[in-house]
Ligand binder design. Structure first.
Ligand code: SF4
Length: 224
């Protein structure tokens, strides 16, 4: 019974969120207006401990949108997405995949850094279902403004946010899905590559990652 009422609550929340997006879109028509609104966001508790919000970046008419999990330590300090080690890995893969970096909008499913303080270090903590759900709102507006032809979900959190359900990367990898008017592919987050210990696995997985991005690029060619 309790579970049933939780589903009903969730459905109601979802309904009101979807109804609110067109209204908000009337007010937020540009990426700069979106950045300002995101900076004032208190929709979940993550704004409290982060240094600042980290909005998506790239041209408003970018053909490709890449969605990661959340800002990392460097991103939180600098206020820009994908400027840390995972971002450098992503940039390398984008170049190898033959995608024009100037046509890529990079963002995260969750816009504030979630971490656990251990001494002087801030250790990344994965956002929970509530935080992903609350922050999805901003990515929906980003997508409505940018209108990317191809979206790349980098990792399980991004895929969950975009598809609104839990997903297993291994099951969806290699498929071309659709979300609104965009095509969607799902792959790993580049930070996964940084965690691999031996060079052989790293090189093999990097190649697979580049191949996934090439798959996205081929979808672009078809859409052109
Ligand atoms: S993480 Fe997202 S929903 Fe939560 S406060 Fe930040 S911008 Fe708002």
């Amino acid at each position: 019974m309790r579970q049933k009422s939780q589903y009903a609550d969730r459905a109601r929340t979802e309904q009101s969120r979807r109804a609110a997006i067109p209204i908000i879109m009337d007010e937020i028509r540009s990426l700069s207006a979106l950045r300002e609104s995101e900076a004032a966001c208190t929709r979940c508790p993550l704004y409290r401990d982060a240094t600042q919000v980290v909005p998506g970046e790239g041209p408003s008419g970018a053909r490709v949108m890449m969605v990661g999990e959340q800002p990392g330590d460097q991103e939180d300090r600098q206020g820009h997405p994908f400027v840390g080690p995972a971002g450098r890995m992503l940039d390398r893969a984008i170049v190898d995949a033959g995608i024009d970096r100037k046509q890529v909008f990079v963002t995260n499913a969750v816009k504030h850094f979630k971490y656990e303080q251990r001494g002087k270090r801030r250790l990344h903590k994965r956002p929970n279902a509530h935080e992903i759900e609350r922050c999805r709102w901003w990515n929906e507006i980003e997508r409505a403004i940018v209108k990317p032809e191809v979206i790349v979900a980098l990792g399980a959190t991004a895929a969950r946010s975009l598809l609104d359900r839990t997903v297993t990367i291994g099951k969806l990898r290699g498929e071309a899905l659709s979300i609104g008017d965009s095509r969607l592919i799902v792959t790993i987050h580049p930070s996964y590559l940084l965690r691999l210990r031996d060079e052989e696995s790293k090189a093999r997985e990097f190649k697979r990652f580049v191949e996934d991005l090439r798959h996205g690029a081929r979808l672009l060619d078809k859409a052109a």
